[in-house]
Each structure stands twice: as C-alpha cells, then as structure tokens.
Design a protein around this ligand. Sequence first.
Ligand code: FES
Length: 135
Amino acid sequence: MSAVAPLPGPRRPCTLVVCRGCCCGDARKHPGHDHAGQLERLRAAAAGSGGALEVRTTDCLGPCDQANVVVVQPSAAGRRAGGRPTWVGFASDDDSTDELLRWARDGGPGLAAPPVTLELQFIEPPRDARVRSRR
Ligand code: FES
C-alpha cells in the first residue's frame, strides 16, 4: 500500500507503529480520548504476545488531520505473502484499538483479513512516506 521501508529482521513480527507526533496522542488537539491509555494497552498486548506483536512509536507521519495514525507493518511472513504496510487513520477510540490488536494478533497484512470496520479507516500514506519508529 505504501513505500514505507520494512523494519529489519527475517523473523520480524507484525508491528503497530503508533504516531505520537505533534497531533496524534495530543489531548489538547484531540480531547475525549485516552491517548496514554491507548498506548499502554497496545504496549501491554505486545509485552504479553510472546514476541508475536511489536508496538513502536514514531514522530509525525504527516497526515495530522487524520489523527491518531497507526501504521500496521506486516510481519516478515506477511510481507513474503504480499502484505504491505497499512495506514490507519482516526484510530483514537477503544474500538479502533481493539481491531488493530485483533488484526495484528491474527497475523496482520498478508496473513489475515482486517476487520471490516477497521478497513473503513484505511488512509493513503503521504508521498515519500517513511516510518522512523522508536520504542
Ligand atoms: S502527529 Fe501523527 S500524523 Fe502528524
């Protein structure tokens, strides 16, 4: 779906790259959502996944008007099966978090179909998109 470079590693798991730049996760700009709680949930799920799921954060990815943005990076196996990084916008509520986790646990891009309602939140990445994630 995009030109986002894969994270290194032949055994790389499905990875949720969570934008926490200038707008995503900012309660002043996007009130009414528990942004910190969302990241805690995602990190807890990754910690309990036995290495099947990773969660990283990144600086601004570009489409701030579609915050919160999460990029679902395929696992190495998912990429070999044709999966590509998938950008999800407006991922601020519990339902979005649940569906991101469900898809990633099921295998993510290339290995499992996304939840239909999450698919409605897929967005186009900006041209020359690059994800530089951090833990
Ligand atoms: S802060 Fe997330 S897209 Fe800009």
